[in-house]
Design a protein around this ligand. Structure first.
Ligand code: DC
Length: 235
């Protein structure tokens, strides 16, 4: 059994299947950092929307690329909320990046190669000292191809949309189930078919379909995998 203590855990998968919740729980247990890379693409999307790079529903990729240097994204831990918040150019955008307005344009922004190069480089720096769980679409394939544990999470689109719908309604957002389902399906399609770093399962990733598992059960499956590989030495 490997007694190595500092590892990288990569969690990839389809939109809204609980990657962030899972990655956060695992990070808490191991006392690791947790990075939500989707939040970084969402923050870049918010910048594009707020600066008029989306007109008539079309993203002007060139304008976004020309302004990439002006986009600064970082995470700051809020000890009162006990969670990490996403900051865009010094402003807390944690809530705003979760709205449908941003969700609708996040995938097109994430197809832009220059955006990906910038964010992937940042993510690699964040993981330099290991002891990190990172979730996204290309963590096990591009950001950390040598990650110690790779999980590929999925569930049916119907299940994922239902969960997301409940979450947004609980937050008080005025949303329709059909719109959420369409957003989830469209994002899957764009994420999986884009030319640069498409969403795909790494060859050495473990596939988990959590259509019929709740948060705790999914977490238990992943912790069992981690303990089987690395033993209790990680705790
Ligand atoms: O995980 P999420 O739904 O918050 O991600 C938002 C968008 O960002 C999603 O449509 C795909 C994209 N994304 C990506 O292309 N690569 C990542 N590593 C993370 C997210």
């Amino acid at each position: 059994m490997d007694l190595q203590k500092d590892i990288i855990i990569a969690i990839d998968g389809h939109a809204s299947c609980g990657k962030s919740t899972l990655a956060k729980k695992v990070a808490n247990k191991l006392q690791y950092s947790y990075i939500d890379t989707g939040a970084m693409y969402r923050a870049a999307t918010l910048y594009a929307l707020d600066n008029g790079f989306v007109k008539n529903g079309e993203l002007n990729k060139q304008e976004l690329v020309n302004n990439l240097d002006k986009i600064n994204i970082d995470f700051r831990f809020d000890s009162e909320l006990n969670k990490s918040l996403t900051f865009l150019n010094g402003k807390n955008v944690e809530e705003e990046i979760r709205t449908m307005r941003v969700s609708d344009f996040a995938s097109p922004v994430a197809t832009v190669g220059e955006v990906r190069r910038k964010l992937v480089a940042l993510q690699q720096i964040m993981g330099e000292n290991k002891r990190i769980t990172m979730d996204g679409r290309d963590i096990g394939t591009v950001v950390f191809p040598n990650a110690d544990i790779k999980i590929f999470l999925t569930a049916t689109a119907q299940k994922r949309a239902t969960r997301r719908y409940k979450e947004l309604i609980e937050k008080g957002q005025d949303v329709k189930f059909e719109d959420i389902l369409e957003n989830v399906q469209t994002r899957d399609r764009i994420d999986s078919t884009r030319e640069v770093d498409p969403l795909k399962q790494a060859e050495d990733a473990i596939l988990i379909d959590n259509s019929n598992l709740n948060v705790e059960e999914t977490y238990a499956v992943v912790m069992a995998i981690i303990i089987e590989r690395f033993g209790e030495g990680l705790f």
